[in-house]
Design a protein around this ligand. Structure first.
Ligand code: ATP
Length: 449
């Protein structure tokens, strides 16, 4: 299948089945803003829960944080965002579309509009800086004093709380602060589904270390995060790669940076390899700058050496939405079964929105309905389950395949006499008869981590 077809199939499935909808859909949508439907909300929550469990709940060197989205301007003067978080843009005089100068240069057509083909005269249509941060005003008066910004990354919430966390948790180096939350960027390049959004979610860790240990922890986090996507989310290794930033690409304060890239279904010259997460050694830049601007001491005491230092920070920074897109792309498959097309999402059981679906073979048979509902009641406290009798069995299986439910249970007339049900595996489509009293044990084996 062509990459562009693949993406449109995925976008269509996401909408049709309730994973992802355009925001404000009934009013025509809002550019680069998307809403998650019932299945998407479950899928996204599963990804975030796995991340939180891996890094906050299962470790004693990382603590969690949930900082505010709205932040005051001095934060972004210190971080450099108010001066440097700019793209240089050029407006097309004919169609009024805006393009990144960088991207026009990459195409080698600085003077032709990629959208309408009109000539862009760089003398007249001067490239100008465009700040990617979204601004708002607090209170009723819209003046300079009331200005505030929606954070463009969750990281700044961590840095401005460094002292509060240190004073309340008494952690010593190395330790990390982890956060999952929304970030906002007034992106210019759009049209890439949930890959580039104006409102998106990030999962970030700021891991504070002694400067002389920063290389060691940088490599540790690159490997750890690369492994996590494969082991916890089941993303195929051949669709993931590491790309180290060249010296020219590195931010001026960074010592090193590696992107974890996923082979997204975009038809681009880079075969779709795009950033899923970045892991950077940001040195002591952030804490030093916030220290200077806030006049607060953001250093740590090292008891053995009897001195204070500003720690270096290693930052694994991943996007939740780009992870959702990678998981969906990786799982989507079309195959032919007995001459008919079957669409199946082979989602890893950890992330599947529903784990088990229970159906009565005949919805007009009260005995079957009652037994199916009883099984649903039995399993629902352990697994996210669903009871469904809204279509014929064939159609229910097809729907479940499309949304990646790993197992379906069907209660048929025989079940009333032998107390057994049919369990169907999404991937192999094999069916097994399992005794109702064995179901808990059976699924404990199947969902074992
Ligand atoms: P890109 O080069 O693709 O714009 P970036 O280098 O600006 O990404 P970072 O600032 O490193 O991205 O942000 C960390 C992570 O946050 C990214 O790896 C990505 O997963 C996610 N992210 C950043 N911008 C967006 C966006 N506009 N929409 C969705 N996710 C995003």
């Amino acid at each position: 299948m062509k990459k562009s077809d693949f993406l449109s199939q995925l976008v269509s499935l996401a909408k049709r089945r309730g994973f992802i909808f355009p925001a404000c859909d009934i009013y025509g949508g809002l550019s680069s803003i998307w809403d998650y439907g019932p299945l998407g909300a479950n899928l996204k929550k599963n990804i975030k829960d796995l991340w939180w469990k891996s890094y906050v709940e299962s470790r004693d060197d990382i603590v969690g944080l949930d900082a505010a989205v709205i932040m005051s301007p001095p934060v972004f003067m210190a971080s450099g965002h108010l001066e440097g978080f700019n793209d240089v843009l050029v407006d097309c005089p004919a169609c009024q579309r805006r393009f990144k100068l960088e991207e026009l240069k990459k195409k080698g057509e600085v003077s032709l509009c990629p959208e309408c083909g009109s000539e862009i005269n760089l003398e007249k249509n001067m490239p100008r800086s465009f700040n990617l941060m979204l601004k708002t005003f607090l209170g009723v008066v819209e003046n300079k004093q009331q200005e505030a910004y929606l954070r463009p990354e969750t990281a700044q919430g961590i840095f401005v709380n460094f002292l509060n966390v240190l004073n309340t948790t008494h952690k010593s180096l190395p330790f990390g602060i982890a956060q999952i939350g929304k970030s906002f960027r007034n992106e210019v390049t759009t049209k890439t589904f949930i890959f580039r959004m104006r409102e998106f979610e990030q999962m970030e860790i700021e891991y504070f270390v002694r400067p002389q240990h920063s290389d060691k922890y940088y490599h540790y986090w690159v490997e750890e995060r690369f492994r996590w996507y494969q082991e916890k989310l089941g993303i195929r290794k051949e669709n993931l790669r590491l790309r180290q930033h060249t010296k020219e690409e590195l931010a001026h304060y960074a010592k090193a940076c590696t992107d974890i890239e996923y082979r997204y279904p975009f038809s681009t010259t880079s075969e779709g390899w795009k950033e899923l997460e970045g892991i950077a050694n940001r040195t002591d830049y952030d804490l030093r700058r916030h220290s200077e601007y806030s006049h607060k001491d953001l250093s740590c005491f090292l008891p053995q050496e009897d001195k204070r230092i500003i720690p270096y920070v290693i930052e694994p920074s991943g996007g939740v939405d780009r992870t959702v897109l990678a998981v969906l792309s990786d799982a989507y498959a079309e195959e032919e079964v007995r001459g008919k097309k079957r669409v199946v999402l082979r989602l890893h059981k950890n992330v599947a929105p529903y784990k088990i679906a229970v159906f009565p073979l005949l919805k007009n048979n009260p005995g079957l309905v009652a037994k199916a509902k009883k099984i649903f009641e039995l399993l629902k406290n352990k697994y996210v389950c669903v009871y469904d009798d809204t279509a014929s069995i064939g159609r229910l299986y097809r729907r479940r395949d499309e949304i990646g439910t790993p197992f379906c249970i069907t209660v048929d007339v025989e079940s009333l006499s032998d107390d057994k049900v049919t369990v169907r595996d999404r991937d192999t489509m094999k069916q097994e008869r399992i005794g109702c009293s064995q179901l808990i044990e059976y699924f404990a084996g199947k969902f074992q981590v």
